[in-house]
Structures are given as structure tokens and as C-alpha cells.
Design a protein around this ligand. Structure first.
Ligand code: 1CP
Length: 348
């Protein structure tokens, strides 16, 4: 078992630690040449469902960067795919549904999942990883009901979420039934990961920032809260993340979370004010900055750390995922810088 006093778990509990922990969303994958070597042919879901390959891909950034956590190599649509709904991940696009979710009869296509049979490959991957990672914690994850529903209803990545919002506001009864099923899938997925040894979980509600707070509160928060509540008794830190959520942060902080992920639009100091200092924060370097010359990256990393003002509850991360074009050396240097600066402020 991972030491509960490791930097990531301490920061997640908002306790002071020896340094500031750091990991990167999408740290595995296309920015790494060693990933391209083992990725194999076929869709990403195929790689995800092969435990040896998924284990190796998850380990790669841990070895290369010395990050303070691994994140399971999977996708938020994996459980929906495993349920047989008819979704795939199309290269260059993302999740695409053969027949999108449109009415009550589509609920029948979303059968509950049984992790032991439907997600056996995920459990095997987590078990392998916990063994290989030793003292490095593994973060498990799932998609939150709103973000998953957005792919099911739009049928693919969306810019304006028109169909999602119109179904949500136009047929609240169907919306809540759909989200209830998706919440149950997230619960089944996350509890299986934690029972297999994941040390923390992240619930991705990447696109919830498309909503105004009143809609978020009525249509989304109850479902995310249900997911978080089901995990409470496990005692693992619960991280919740979305993009462009400045106005939603106070509500998201009430979902039953220890850590809130913040994108680059909201300064950490402001996020802390908005959440009353009740949760730890994760973030929030703008991922685009990683493509700028090192002097710029260095300045921005220092700025994020300074904005956190030595508060113990800080997990350094990007405001969203690593772009494929990023030079892995830049990420290596970011990890070194965060650790050395974090040590300096921790002992100051
Ligand atoms: O073939 C490929 O390489 C396809 C690219 C790819 C990868 C590497 C996709 C398609 N998914 C993944 C893996 C993945 N997905 C991980 C890997 C673990 C790690 O970070 O190392 C994770 C955490 C996810 C989670 C995920 N999938 C999210 C939440 C995080 C986020 O970025 O906000 C979302 C929204 C998805 C959907 C998805 N899957 C893939 C794409 C291109 C997308 C986004 C499409 C869109 O713009 O809506």
C-alpha cells in the first residue's frame, strides 16, 4: 500500500508536505515517443483493454518524469463502451456514437455494468500497476454524468452543447434518468478501481463549464454528488475537475470532494477565495505555455506556485491535458522546478 504521507496524498488532505506534488493530465500518450512504440494498431479502446499494454503506457510518464502520481491509462467512455452502447473513439475526433441518445427508449441501451465481467481488463491493469508503482500512488478516474451525457447525446465532441442543453431543460425527467444511470456506471468503475488499489480518484466533468450555475446546480450537481458520496467510505481523496468552471467552483466544492481541479482561466488565489479554502486545489498552468521557450515556461510555473502562496493543499498540474506537440524534456524540467521550488517553500 502507498504511504499515506506521500506528497500527493498529503496535499490532497491539505496537509503540509516535503514538497509540492506534481502530475499532468494526459501525461501518458502521444507526446511520448515510447508511447508511439507500444500503442499498437487499432482504436485507443483496444489498447486500453489490453492490461499489459495499458500498464506499460501508464508507467512510461512515471519513469520518465518522476511525477508524484500515475493516472490509469483508460478513457472516460470506457464503461459506456463496455456496456455495449455503441461508442468508439475515432482518431482525430474523439468519442463518436453510432446512434446518439435521443429518447427514453435509448435508456435500455445503457445497461448497468458489472466491473467483474465488463471491466475485467481495467481491474487487471490496476492490480498490475499497484504492484509496479510501489510507493507512487495511482489515480483512478471516471467521466462525470454531464460530460458523458454530452458525448452520448451529441454523438461526438461538441462546441455549443445545443442538443444536451435542450434535452436537459426540455425533458428534465429523461435527463435525470440518464444521469442516474451514468452516475451508477461511474460508481461501479471507481469503486472497482479503488478496491483494486487506486489511491485517489478523479471525476472528470470536463465540459460542465458550458452551463450557468443555476442549471449546473439543478441538473448536474446532484448526480456528481451521488458519485462522490458512494466513494466516501473508502477514504481515498476525491478530485473533481472541469474546464472553464470559475463560476461553478463554489458549487463543485460542495459535491463531496477533497480536491478541485482548476483550469488556467481562474487564478488559484481566486479559486481558493471562491471555495472558502475548504478544498485542496489542483492546477493550473496553461498547457499551451509548454510550447513556449523554457524561460517563459519557468516564469509561468513560478507564477502558479507564487499564486498558491505556499498553501499546503496544492497539487501542481496543468489547467487541462498535455498537447501531443509538447517536448517531453519540457515536462521533465517542470517536474524538477516544481519539486525544487516546493522544497524551498516547504522548508522556509
Ligand atoms: O488514439 C489516441 O491516442 C486517441 C487520443 C486519446 C487518448 C490517449 C483519447 C481520445 N483518449 C485517450 C486516453 C485518455 N482519456 C486518458 C489517459 C490517461 C492519461 O492522461 O495519461 C484520460 C485521462 C482520458 C480522459 C478523457 N477522455 C477526458 C477527460 C479529460 C479531458 O481531457 O478533459 C475526456 C473529455 C475524454 C474524451 C476524449 N477521448 C479522446 C479524445 C480526443 C477526447 C476528447 C474529445 C473532445 O474534444 O471532446
Amino acid at each position: 500500500m502507498v504511504d499515506p504521507s506521500c506528497p500527493l496524498l498529503r496535499a490532497a488532505r491539505s496537509e503540509p508536505g516535503p514538497t509540492v506534488p506534481v502530475w499532468f493530465m494526459r501525461q501518458a500518450g502521444r507526446s511520448l515517443p515510447e508511447y508511439r512504440e507500444v500503442r499498437g494498431e487499432g482504436t485507443i479502446l483496444k489498447a486500453i483493454s489490453e492490461p499489459d499494454r495499458a500498464t506499460e503506457i501508464t508507467m512510461q510518464p512515471v519513469r520518465r518524469y518522476g511525477v508524484d502520481a500515475a493516472i490509469l491509462f483508460s478513457d472516460i467512455v470506457t464503461p459506456v463502451w463496455a456496456s455495449g452502447f455503441g461508442i468508439d473513439i475515432t482518431p482525430g475526433i474523439g468519442p463518436v456514437c453510432e446512434v446518439p441518445f435521443a429518447n427514453a427508449s435509448d435508456l435500455n441501451r445503457l445497461r448497468p455494468i458489472d466491473p467483474a465481467t465488463d471491466l475485467w481488463f481495467q481491474t487487471e491493469t490496476v492490480t498490475n500497476l499497484v504492484h509496479e508503482l510501489g510507493e507512487v500512488p495511482l489515480i483512478g478516474f471516471a467521466g462525470a454524468p454531464f460530460t458523458l451525457a454530452s458525448y452520448l447525446i451529441e454523438g461526438r465532441p461538441s462546441k455549443n452543447y445545443a442538443k444536451v442543453k435542450s434535452l436537459m431543460a426540455g425533458d428534465p425527467d429523461l435527463w435525470h434518468k440518464l444521469c442516474d444511470r451514468l452516475a451508477d456506471m461511474a460508481i461501479a468503475t471507481l469503486t472497482a478501481q479503488v478496491e483494486a488499489g487506486a489511491s485517489a480518484v478523479q471525476l472528470f466533468d470536463s465540459w460542465a463549464g458550458a452551463l450557468r450555475p443555476e442549471h449546473y446546480k439543478e441538473f448536474v450537481l446532484p448526480h456528481s454528488t451521488k458519485v462522490m458520496a458512494a466513494l466516501e467510505s473508502y477514504g481515498v481523496p476525491r478530485i473533481h475537475f472541469g474546464v472553464a468552471t470559475s463560476e461553478l467552483l463554489p458549487l463543485m466544492a460542495t459535491a463531496g470532494v477533497e480536491v478541485l481541479g482548476v483550469d488556467w482561466r481562474t487564478p488559484l488565489s481566486s479559486a481558493r477565495e471562491r471555495t472558502g479554502g475548504k478544498v485542496a486545489l489542483q492546477g493550473n498552468l496553461d498547457p499551451a505555455i509548454l510550447l513556449a521557450p523554457w524561460e517563459v515556461v519557468e516564469k509561468e510555473v513560478r507564477r502558479v506556485l507564487a499564486d498558491n502562496a505556499s498553501h499546503p493543499g496544492h497539487i501542481f498540474n496543468l489547467g487541462h491535458g498535455v498537447f501531443p506537440e509538447v517536448n517531453p524534456e519540457t515536462l521533465e524540467r517542470v517536474v524538477e522546478l516544481v519539486h525544487s521550488e516546493g522544497r524551498a517553500t516547504a522548508s522556509a
